[in-house]
Design a protein. Structure first.
Lengths: 193, 715
């Protein structure tokens, strides 16, 4: 075992302790490392104090923000524009609206209602039978917006931009009476127009 | 641990020399086993990584799905790769540091073959879905017993070796080995306690929050005492040997060893930040994680400063390159760990790929590179020859570095991207990305980069395999090393004080190490054992029905928890996305808890009633039929396999004995109750358009469980 070179350094090897040729220097712990340690101790104390000091106010803040959230939501509900069906029906004449509605339908709705809205997991949307409402554009928009939790229909409020909900609803309305090879059997009440 | 071993403690006989032959054969065995299992662990890792980018890669075969292979990958990396590497290194270095042959050749052989046997059992049972459903502790109870028994064999062999040593003082490496052996035994046994239902099915005795706390006390400290302390011990031996330099500071060794061992154990609950875990435990975890920074860096600093005066070796010697890089990776990981343990950082990084990147920085960079360095050092010595190709080892080094960087950077980016997308709100306070799958599709390109990084790392490793193979082939023949050693005097010198004196006292040292890890463990765990303190029973929680329990067992078997959490954390965006914050009460009866640690898919704590039964049916048959762009595997076998009702009654009565309030009817007629519920679901499915009768099929039980999530009260 050759002697380790120590001449270039001021370190002193601890005598009398040698393990399979390994010796140890008698150096102190590096100061900067100890400073990091003391710093983390202070940080820990500060973090504790800060956290528990804030905890009570935090709970308040969160409950306030939840309340605000609920108020916002309530406001949102009020803000939903009430549009007369007569006005909505004009959307059926607007190819851009229908194209935009179709795009969203093909992205989000077709998985459960089928490519041709013939019904799959969810009900058939091209026949004359309706489960929720009477199949008007505003009824369809209502179901899209709030969902039907007990049937597994999701609420799309917030997941589809507000203005697009009517586009999808109009698109669905426009499909009425179209045919499909494999329609789901009717559900709900027959609505005759 | 006798200190004298009958050696006359007067100095008379210590002038004598004795001849010792080290048991290098067992070290050669463990080295080859390390290389063999590392190959498999790495390849399984690459395979499951590719499944993240190309979901088809499970070929619709149950035992190739991510949920079943992920435990195989983690257990292989931990027990098979790191485990064998640790045993090789410890057996090799301990003999030389203590100047004695291993205590018992028979125990060494038993340890080796037993361990390989247990790994083979793990490799068979995990893909088959035999799982306790606890991360890094999936192995079922017979294998647990095997592992614990073999650990005891290892402990006897190791402490026996200490007892017959010819070197009075234990070098720092030995301290780390002692801490490893003691702590791993405690962690593994406490976490694995479970009650068997059959040969390959058992339930942990801990429920809900208790289970969460104990599992992550174990999980975190498995990293600490299986992937950190033993490897630090190895570093303290192989680094000074490789560069032929004294350790930078003995005092630093002492200070950072004890502070590390004492502080590490407290930090476990930082895996459960912002969850339903009681606040004081989360706070303890945060502050102890922060305080862990400097003690962890103590190892890095002592390692790197030992290289002073030997830096030129970094240019020429691949062994030194690997060791130095490993130490730097260790420094990076142990800085990132405390950072991720700060609650606000954690709320962004947790459940994302950042954590996956973090842990791989540790395992590939620290454990992997340190092991490679040791292999390049040890193989030529053990086979009495020179390394076949230095150049090849250098190429391996650079491929490995590149691989790790690709891996880490892509995972960090993926984690930050997804974490920020999950919490992004528009000006109206609505989620910008309400569809979870959008956030998955966004990061898939990064999964390719990750797999590429893994591929680079493995191609470098292939060079190591070839290099080792050629080295061994050119070996002139092996023989175990024989040395003349001076008999040690165990007399206590009056000049020896403090820690030096302790270094000669194995028993006292071991007890102190045990106390150091026991303090934090007891303070954190014991209060949670009387969990009632934290639970408001008036919130009223119903247990899962017998059929839902059957479904839950399928959920555990398929390893769903590897990708889905059931824990809605505190925070506005979590609530907007998943619903009200999860409570302690909701998982009150869950054995094991299934809070999860990664969201490759969305949280499902409140999944119940969100979709119709038919949606779940179609989703399991082909996830892409209802979620465009999903990367979840399909589970067609759930539709054809029959639900196992046979032991349902035993399961329900076991839970009942542990205090779960089942009704008389559920208890006495578990099967009938389950079958009735299954019939109801099957009829609903039929009404919705499923043609087959699936009442007795697994899909029905699973749907029952999924529809029950978040529906049992406790909010």
């Amino acid at each position: 075992m050759s002697q380790p070179e120590t001449s270039d350094l001021q370190d002193r090897v601890i005598e009398g302790y040698e393990y399979d040729g390994i010796t140890e220097f008698d150096n102190p712990c590096p100061k900067w490392l100890m400073y990091i340690f003391y710093f983390t101790l202070l940080l820990a104390i500060f973090y504790l104090g800060h956290h528990f000091g804030r905890m009570s106010s935090e709970v308040k803040r969160i409950s306030v923000s939840v309340k605000e959230e609920e108020q916002d939501r309530a406001q949102d509900l009020e803000e939903v524009p009430v549009i007369e069906e007569a006005a909505l029906v004009t959307l059926l004449q607007d190819p851009e609206t229908l194209a935009a509605g179709k795009e969203i339908y093909d992205d989000k709705c077709d998985l459960c209602h089928g490519d041709a809205a013939e019904g799959l997991i969810g009900p058939n949307l091209i026949d004359d039978w309706w489960l929720h409402g009477k199949g008007t554009i505003s009824d369809i928009a209502h179901t899209i917006r709030y969902g039907v939790a007990e049937k597994g229909m999701a609420s799309w409020e917030g997941r589809i931009p507000e203005e697009c909900i009517f586009q999808v609803a109009a698109y669905i309305k426009s499909l009425k009476g179209t045919s499909s090879d494999n329609p789901k059997e009717p559900e709900g009440e027959l609505v005759e127009e | 641990m006798g200190e004298g071993q009958g050696i006359d403690s007067s100095d008379v006989r210590s002038s004598g020399y004795i001849q010792i032959t080290y048991d290098d054969t067992i070290v050669r065995y463990f080295v080859l086993a390390t290389l063999f299992w590392a190959t498999i662990a790495f390849l399984v890792g690459l395979f499951v990584a590719l499944q993240m980018s190309v979901w088809q890669l499970n070929f619709n075969i149950s035992w190739l799905t991510f949920g079943r292979l992920r435990p195989l990958h983690t257990n292989a990396a931990l027990l098979a790769f790191a485990g064998n590497a640790i045993f090789a290194g410890i057996y090799h270095s301990t003999q030389r540091l203590l100047k004695t042959r291993l205590f018992s050749d028979d125990l060494s052989r038993l340890h080796f073959w037993g361990w390989q046997f247990v790994i083979v059992l793990a490799f068979i049972t995990l893909p088959l879905g035999f799982s306790q459903g606890k991360e890094y502790a999936e192995l079922e109870w017979p294998i647990d017993i095997g592992i614990v028994s073999l650990w005891i064999v290892f402990a006897i062999n190791f402490f026996g070796t200490l007892a017959i040593r010819n070197e009075k003082h234990m070098y720092v490496a030995i301290w780390f080995y002692i801490a490893t052996i003691v702590t791993v035994a405690v962690l593994y046994v406490v976490n694995a306690i479970s009650i068997p239902i059959s040969l390959f099915k058992s339930y942990t005795i801990y429920a809900g929050i208790q289970d969460a706390l104990i599992q992550w006390w174990y999980g975190h400290n498995a990293v600490a005492f299986f992937l950190t302390t033993p490897f630090l011990g190895l570093m303290y031996y192989y680094l000074p040997k490789a560069v032929n330099r004294p350790i930078y500071s003995y005092r630093l060794s002492v200070v950072h060893f004890w502070s590390l061992v004492f502080l590490y154990i407290w930090a476990g609950p930082h895996h459960l930040l912002n969850t339903a875990l009681p606040e004081w435990l989360q706070m303890l975890a945060v502050i102890f994680s922060i305080m862990l920074w400097a003690p962890s860096w103590g190892g890095m600093v002592n390692g790197l400063l030992t290289l002073r005066g030997a830096w030129h070796l970094l240019r020429s010697d691949p062994i030194v390159k690997f060791l130095a890089a490993a130490i730097i990776f260790y420094g990076m990981v142990t800085f990132e760990g405390p950072l991720l343990s700060v609650k606000s950082v954690n709320s962004l990084g947790h459940f994302t790929d950042w954590i996956v990147g973090h842990v791989h920085l540790g395992t590939l960079g620290w454990n992997g590179f340190l092991t490679f360095g040791i292999v390049y050092y040890i193989v030529p010595k053990l086979w009495k020859t020179e390394l076949f190709s230095i150049k090849m080892a250098n190429i391996h080094f650079w491929l490995g570095i590149l691989g790790i960087l690709f891996y880490y950077v892509s995972m960090l980016t993926a984690g930050l991207t997804q974490g920020l997308m999950w919490r992004a709100l528009d000006t109206n306070g609505r989620l910008v990305y309400p569809e979870f799958v959008e956030t998955v599709i966004r990061i898939i390109p990064l999964y390719y980069f990750r797999a590429f990084g893994g591929g680079l790392f493995i191609s470098g490793y292939a060079l190591l395999l070839y290099n080792v193979y050629k080295t061994i082939r050119f070996s002139p023949g092996v023989s175990d090393e024989t040395v003349q050693v001076k008999e040690a005097s165990f007399a206590i010198k009056p000049t020896e004080r403090g820690h030096r004196r302790l270094e000669g006292m194995v028993f006292a040292f071991t007890i102190l190490a045990f106390v150091a890890i026991a303090v934090g463990s007891v303070i954190e765990i014991v209060p949670s054992l009387s969990v009632n303190k934290y639970v408001q029973m008036e919130k009223g929680v119903d247990p899962f029905s017998p059929l839902e329990i059957a479904g839950r067992d399928i959920y555990i078997r398929e390893g769903c928890y590897a990708c889905h959490s059931q824990m809605i954390r505190q925070g506005q965006t979590e609530t907007l996305r998943y619903g009200a914050v999860s409570t302690i009460e909701e998982s009150l009866y869950d054995r094991p808890f299934q809070w999860g640690s990664k969201r490759t898919g969305p949280d499902i704590a409140r999944l119940g009633t969100k979709y119709p039964d038919l949606w779940h049916y179609m989703h399991m048959e082909d996830p892409r039929s209802v979620v465009t762009g999903s990367i979840m595997p399909a589970y067609p076998w759930l539709i054809s396999s029959k639900t196992d009702f046979t032991r349902l009654k035993e399961k329900i009565s076991l839970f009942h004995k542990q205090g779960v309030p089942y009704t008389e009817k559920e208890l006495e007629e578990s099967n009938t109750v389950a079958k009735e519920q299954a019939q109801e679901i099957a009829e609903r499915l039929k009404a919705q358009g499923v043609h087959e009768d699936v009442a007795d099929k697994e899909i029905t039980a699973l749907i029952a469980y999924l529809q029950a999530l978040g529906q049992k009260g406790g909010q």
